[in-house]
Design a protein around this ligand. Sequence first.
Ligand code: WT7
Length: 653
Amino acid sequence: MADPKRAEFADLLREDRSFSPPPEFTARAVVRDDRIYAEADRDPEAFWARFAGELEWSRRWDTVLDWQPPHAKWFVGGKINASVNCLDRHVRGPRRNKAALIWEGEPGDRRTLTYFDLFRQVSAFANVLTSLGVRKGDRVAIYLPLIPELAISMLACARIGAVHSVVFGGFSAESLRDRINDSQCRVLITADGGFRRGQIVALKQVADEALADTPSIENVVVVQRGHAEMPVHIKEGRDHWYHRLMQDASYKCDPEPMDAEDMLYILYTSGTTGKPKGIVHTTAGYLVGTYATTKLVFDLREDDVYWCTADIGWVTGHSYVVYGPLANGATVVMYEGAPDWPKKDRFWSLIETYGVTVFYTAPTAIRAFMKWGTEWPKKRDLSSLRLLGSVGEPINPEAWVWYYHFIGGDRCPVVDTWWQTETGAIMITPLPGVTTLKPGSATRPFPGIAAEIRNERGEKVDVGGGLLALTRPWPSMLRGIYGDPERYVRQYWNKWGSGVYVTGDGAKRDADGCFWLLGRVDDVINVAGHRIGTMEVESALVDHPGVAEAAVVGRAHEIKGQAIAAFVTVKEGTHATKDLADVLKEHVVKKIGAIARPDDILFTADLPKTRSGKIMRRLLRDIAEGKALGDTTTLADPAVVAKLKANYEEEYG
Ligand code: WT7
């Protein structure tokens, strides 16, 4: 990076420093000393039950945990409703008129919903869903931009016991269709469109394409995003405008008392096969996990203004835009659009405007801000901030230190939080009033969580590198993969005996017991904090009639963490041209969504394979990263690799 702006913070790049919590932070923190770790370790069930006891139940649980590895039931016998805990509980007390959601649309439109507003809208929409025939246990797909109706829809589902399945608005029609069909959703909630970098994303049009082949959908609810004219086709009898349905809906809706283990939602995520899996979360444990982690990791106080920049289409938005902060009665900022629209200070302007105190974002964003230069944050008053968070990918110490200094003004602890869609809540993280921070390390497991590094043989590594495993169940853990109970066991619990959860991440543990996350060790890549399966992209590529074979790898990328490199062999009679490369990139976008667009496509006559015919992705990664090649002795034809490497360097080197 030959960037002149680098000089500005070159003196900050000493990576061996550590940062103890400022005493004035600790003095007011939710957790002020580290006894909580020992307490939780002594009796993890009692620890979690303490947080469960802070929530509202319609029937208290009988047993905290029933663990038949790898199947867990938490708070057995309890009855609870998530929307009650996010809304009714607050509306009855002094938070009634507190801002629950402060929303800003990309064009600059604003809406603030108090807890009472949100309660009324959720209840009304819950009644709408019931009037459309949605019953407890039915699945409802949600395909919306980041607007308040997204949170309203989720909580309305939770209120009546319907299972929501949110699909990120950037996914393609095919991706939406497959997700709807996999879980047989009865209703789809979508919008005419949304805004992204000044452009209108015509969501309903994409949804219409999906709806051509989703027989389980009986009704579609369409939110009108705003004044802008967005082209919408309304199919009589099936499609209904949200605002029309809401007009006469009553806002009195008795919540469904849900069994602790009733399903709350399904969220699809990429795995090591071509087909995304529907991760299942249940009601009570998920709520307890997100409630407790939000409270302790983000150190929430009554007057905080909390902003997590994630889209609700990902798990971060589910846990830390909706359920965790609302269960805590926090004021949540939501912003619809891009960080560089209309200018590169949009995030900082939002922090200034709303007085954000706790800010949670991804390393990709931080690295982009670094590249754009410090003049953007310097233009804005960021003095309201008191705590910063990072999530989604490993944060390099350089980005950590930049974030700490230029955004946090050297006064805000940075919590680097490691977790996954499957874990439901934060697993490895500092506690900001307690933990000494090391840039680049997520530090230690959250109280009550047991994490270990293991080598391939499953032996525990006290100091050193290996695979990250979780060795004790936790309340917000996934309960399964929708429709595929066998894959749940095989994918996560089969490597080292049925009580050990395999994360798919590599990590190391240092002599102080701090964890350093090193990225995925499986065929999952992390592009700009978005999880993508290499096999999914490969399937999308070979779906094109000109492609014979494709191998996809993640290569290191300065901003996005990883970029997608695809090695493609074409069929006889197809010409491997630059135009074809562009066509193939668009083909992947069409099949999956823009997040999966390959950065590099390299045509090749052959792919490096082992003698047993397995594509050697490790070698392809080395090629894409311009590294010296590792061991090629098991290759069927080492010349293939040498040739590939030469071609790649010519094309992208
Ligand atoms: C994968 C999970 C969990 C929220 C968003 C992503 C990577 C996540 C960190 C972190 C290093 C991280 C891991 C993990 N990851 N947070 N703080 N440091 N890596 O959820 O889409 O399920 O992806 O994201 O590789 O396995 P996800």
